[in-house]
Design a protein around this ligand. Structure first.
Ligand code: ZN
Length: 707
């Protein structure tokens, strides 16, 4: 899902929020303890030592191991799936027809459910996500009116189930809002047992389907985007049993892998694209279109399959009468989405994978989107090639970008993006939505419980794709990327706000105002900081690639990710997971004192950690002769104290100034205490620490004024 607020708006929102915050904190800190603004004297040092930060938790510190589930033979202590790992398989054979007169779909499915779990299952839960669009649904009443995921404008939708049966036996289906329970005639047996059932349904297509589906009205026709449109069996797993969190809007979906064989009947003149491979191109395309499609299959350049000029003419479709049935097939996917339109231009090219397999990359878009979309297929191709090279090869035979009513949403092999005019904007949203094919389409995580594991990891990947496209430096001056809203300053502000939630909450439990900052940007920043600052790419990349490889087509939990990264990098990171993922706490590193009178050739630098978060320390020492020295301290210096003294050998040089976090990469709440400057010598007798002071200039984070 796209983070809906455009990044420039996003920045200004943060700025406005910050202004309010500055005032608030300034007032509070003045009231509470006006003398604590800057650390300068012994008494203050003693206070620091007594008021230990990071504050102790009941029986632990920020460094203590996390309370993770006990490892077992399914989910191991190393974070990799174990020898007893199992997951369910759900295969669908669906026939669906699109009726454009009454704007509805009618469908039947034959579902085969394979129970690989160690227990018999007497019932199945299914997701009925179209019920979100009933005016009385929980989601309709939960969403702020007119908001992104609201059922607007009070659309009377919902799914009508015709029958549910196995052979001639009708099965009982109890519907509760967006989920339903099917009681089976016989329990489906453990360890490989299967059950099959048939189900029929229909629903009216909402114009605005909570930014996941719907209809875009264009000059030359309509674009129908269909997603979360069929009764999908809920995921049954070893952690929660049946995953039946309702569909309320912010939480996307969580399902098992399966194969899909789907026949879509649509009016002649429509182009239909979907998850999977088109199996009967010769039956639904004109000879010319077929020839062009075959050409696109081996072409790196974009090939036009249906041009703007052909739309609405005889050349738009295969000659003949009546509707056409498009047959798609997909394996190892966690859902199936599709689009159908009489208004779309269609072009395609291909990506050749390292193993020689090709992926057909295509775009469908209306004439009014051409300004940005003429480049869509090449953008899609670029992003796939980038992610292939950097993380894991795209495993699917097709990838389709669809312009429609949906702002930004991802499904396996097909993504919905909206941006008519700004090519760079379209590039960003395309890179993001196709990136979701890595998280969570391949690494299948629970989007309703852990949005950060798909949105955040994906946003992290997107930033490198973006740097690659626009040839920007990953760590050019200030990290991460200022332009996308997740830089160090924004993070510092976010992490100091007392009412902001931790990011690792279920999607629907996160305040809508914070979803973007937490699940997307804070997670992405945390990943980037871990890679660039804490571990370095040499240590981070093999571990993260191993996480993707080991969990591809499986379902990791947050604990598996934490363990996978700790094992793969050989680093204990409980402090990092707490600081960035599990709690919302601020960071304030400071220089307390620099003393060059201890011994010849030695400087004693005292630093402090004023707030709850801990990070490693980077010091830049500048000498009077113009030389500089970088001095790094591991995060371990905060193990048992918040006031650390580092002895640094400086030879016969004299220190002019010391700066903590010189590259300004840390989300440091208060930069006013980050610099120490040598006092101006009034007479030769004055000691080097006399009147030494922290310097207030160059501050851009001085709003925090933390104690
Ligand atoms: Zn997303």
């Amino acid at each position: 899902m796209r983070h809906f607020i455009h990044h420039r708006f996003c920045l200004s929102l943060v700025t406005m929020a910050l202004l309010g915050f500055v005032v608030l904190v300034a007032v509070q800190s003045t009231r509470a303890n006006p003398g604590l603004a800057i650390v300068q004297d012994d008494q203050r040092d003693q206070e620091l030592l007594r008021s230990r930060y990071p504050a102790a938790r009941a029986d632990k510190t920020i460094f203590s191991p996390l309370d993770l589930p006990t490892p077992n033979r399914m989910r191991t202590a190393s974070g990799l799936p174990g020898e007893d790992y199992w997951q369910q398989q759900v295969d669908y054979r669906i026939e669906v027809s699109l009726d454009v007169e009454i704007e509805s779909v009618t469908a039947t499915a034959h579902v085969t459910y394979t129970n690989n779990s160690p227990q018999d299952l007497p019932y199945l839960w299914i997701s009925l996500e179209q019920n979100l669009f009933r005016p009385d649904s929980d989601g309709s009443r939960f969403a702020p009116p007119g908001s992104r995921f609201d059922n607007r404008p009070g659309f009377e939708g919902g799914i009508d189930i015709g029958y549910v049966r196995t052979g001639d036996t009708n099965l009982k289906l109890a519907i509760h809002d967006t989920v339903g329970r099917i009681d089976l005639a016989e329990p489906v047996r453990a360890k490989g047992g299967t059950t099959e059932f048939d189900i029929s349904w229909s629903f009216r297509i909402p114009d605005y389907g909570a930014d996941r589906m719907g209809i875009r009205r264009c000059e030359q026709g309509n674009i129908y985007q269909l997603a979360q449109w069929f009764p999908a069996v809920c995921k049954f797993d070893d952690v929660h049993g049946w995953n039946t969190l309702p569909y309320l809007g912010q939480g996307e979906f969580f399902t098992d892998f399966g194969s899909y064989d789907v026949k879509i009947t649509a009016p002649r003149g429509h182009v239909v694209c979907a998850t999977g491979v088109l199996r009967n191109a010769e039956e639904v395309l004109s000879e010319k279109q077929l020839r062009r499609l075959i050409q696109a299959n081996t072409s790196r350049q974009t090939v036009m399959i249906r041009s703007a000029r052909e739309i609405g003419t005889e050349a738009a479709a295969k000659p003949g009468e009546g509707p056409l049935t498009w047959h798609f097939q997909a394996d190892k996917v966690r859902t199936f989405a599709w689009t159908s339109s009489d208004a779309t231009i269609w072009d395609a090219a291909s990506v050749i994978q390292e193993d020689g397999k090709t992926t057909l990359v295509q775009s469908v878009y209306p004439t009014e989107s051409r300004t940005a979309w003429r480049e869509s297929t090449q953008m899609l191709k670029h992003s796939i090639e980038h992610y292939n090279k950097k993380w894991f090869p795209y495993p699917y035979p097709t990838a389709t970008n669809v312009s429609g009513i949906v702002g930004g949403m991802e499904y396996p092999m097909i993504i919905f993006c909206m941006e008519d005019t700004d090519p760079e904007g379209l590039h960003m949203v395309t890179s993001h939505e196709i990136g979701h094919n890595w998280f969570p389409m391949v690494v299948n995580t629970d989007e309703r419980r852990a949005a950060w594991m798909d949105e955040g990891f994906n946003t992290f990947m997107n930033s490198y794709d973006r740097y690659d496209i626009y040839e920007a430096e990953v760590n050019g001056g200030e990290m991460p990327d200022e332009d996308t809203g997740f830089n160090a300053r924004n993070m510092a502000r976010l992490m100091s706000r007392p009412n902001v939630q931790p990011l690792a909450l279920p999607a629907d439990q996160i305040h809508p105002d914070w979803l973007g900052m937490l699940a997307y940007y804070k997670t992405a920043t945390a990943m980037q900081m871990l890679r660039e600052v804490v571990l370095g790419p040499d240590r981070f990349d093999p571990a993260f690639r191993e996480y993707i490889r080991a969990w591809a087509f499986k379902s990791p939990q947050p604990a598996d990710f934490f363990r996978c990264m700790e094992n793969g990098t050989g680093t204990e990171l409980a402090w990092y997971w707490r600081g960035w993922f599990l709690e919302n706490i601020p960071l304030d590193q400071a220089i307390v004192d620099v003393d060059q009178s201890i011994a010849s050739g030695l400087a004693r630098i005292t630093i402090a950690n004023h707030r709850e978060m801990v990070m490693p320390v980077s010091l830049e020492i500048e000498f009077t002769n113009g030389e500089t020295l970088e001095h790094k301290l591991p995060v371990h210096v905060w193990y048992y104290t918040n006031l650390w003294t580092a002895d640094v050998e400086i030879g016969d040089r004299t220190i002019q100034q010391v700066v903590i976090d010189p590259n300004r990469v840390m989300p440091d709440l208060n930069r006013r205490n980050n610099k120490w400057t040598a006092p101006k010598k009034k007479d030769a007798a004055a000691g080097p620490d006399d009147g030494s002071k922290q310097d207030g200039d160059g501050n851009d984070n001085g709003d925090g004024n933390s104690p």
